[in-house]
Design a protein around this ligand. Structure first.
Ligand code: CP
Length: 323
């Protein structure tokens, strides 16, 4: 069977359809099995070159992509902007062209400017994966988030657009500046989930309703029904001004505290893309508690990123992962 993957790049979830998301998930599931073996490596990307180009800090995404490429037997190089020729004024286009001139097959880009990965993708023959661009999108984060929800609560054998049907997901926090929220909204709704966004009015404008989600400014109104609560960090680095009076007030109005947790479903899944600000968006013990799947999200990220690298380099879907 031929792979149904049709794209040179992975820039955003928005243009993907549910079947393409399901293909990425199915392929990730096959790679998760590979990762459970004593020898966690396949030759799928032998002879391919993957470049990790990170112009913003990262722990999870950068390490995960690097490990994913290594597990697929690719040659992988990671470049941090502080030690690159960006510091000498080289443009993103020139950096990309020079990396491509070294026969790179895939360039993974994290950048503070929304649109930077698309800009590069339009100028290179190499595939480009967006590892997070400004407040635009973070597609592999949404893929690993939905993969984790699907694994715990979804219906894997349902049609792609119904795999998360009936699942109520609350995304809480700084929605306005969150690329994770945007990618999650697209991925979750395409798979049939019912998404409610929760946050202060300054961080959650009503225009988000246009994305097919509900908007609430009271976390207490969503706790009892949510099957999944996704907490988001306040993105101070993207905010030009203080958008709420104090962290203390934010915690009292929007933090997932022990008191609020008592009003949640007993089986609620607690998720967070990381990095966590313990004691702010989530009580520290809840981040480590039995309802938390935060570290499972991280583990699943490796399989999801293997799937993305594999499909973008011509991989043949889940049935081909061992070849
Ligand atoms: N979730 C995420 O993007 O984490 P990093 O910033 O550590 O990559």
């Amino acid at each position: 069977m031929k792979s149904a993957w049709k794209h040179k790049d992975l820039i955003a979830i928005r243009p993907l359809d549910a079947a393409e998301i399901a293909l990425l998930h199915d392929t990730a599931r096959a790679f998760k099995e590979v990762l459970s073996r004593p020898i966690k490596k396949v030759p799928s990307l032998r002879g391919k070159t993957v470049i990790n180009l990170f112009v913003e800090p990262s722990t999870r995404t950068r390490t995960s992509f690097e490990l994913a490429a290594k597990r697929l037997s690719a040659d992988v190089v990671s470049i941090a902007s502080e030690s690159s020729s960006f510091k000498k004024g080289e443009t993103l286009k020139d950096t990309g062209l020079n990396l491509q001139a070294m026969n790179s097959d895939i360039i993974i880009l994290r950048h503070p400017a929304a649109g930077a990965p698309q800009f590069l993708a339009e100028r290179l023959k190499a595939g480009v994966i967006n590892a997070g661009d400004g407040a635009h999108e973070h597609p592999t984060q949404a893929l690993l988030d939905t993969f984790t929800i699907l694994e715990k609560l979804g219906n894997v054998s349902a049609p792609p657009d119904k795999k998360l049907a009936g699942i109520k997901i609350a995304i809480v926090g700084d929605i306005l500046f969150s690329r994770v929220a945007r990618s999650d909204i697209w991925a979750m709704t395409k798979l049939g989930a019912e998404v409610t966004l929760v946050g202060p009015t300054t961080l959650l404008p009503d225009t988000f309703r246009e994305l097919g989600v509900k908007v609430s400014h009271r976390i207490d109104d969503v706790l009892a029904e949510a099957h999944v609560i996704m907490l988001l960090r306040i993105q101070h680095e993207r905010q030009k001004q203080q958008l709420f009076p104090s962290l203390g007030e934010y915690v009292s109005l929007f933090g997932l505290t022990h008191e609020r947790f008592k009003r949640c479903r007993p089986d609620v899944l607690i998720m967070h893309p990381g990095p966590i600000n313990r004691g702010v968006e989530i009580a520290s013990e809840l981040a480590d508690g039995v309802n938390s799947v935060i570290l499972q999200q991280v583990s699943n990220g490796l399989a999801v990123r293997m799937a993305a690298l594999y499909l973008l380099t011509g991989g043949n879907g889940p049935q081909g992962v061992n070849s």
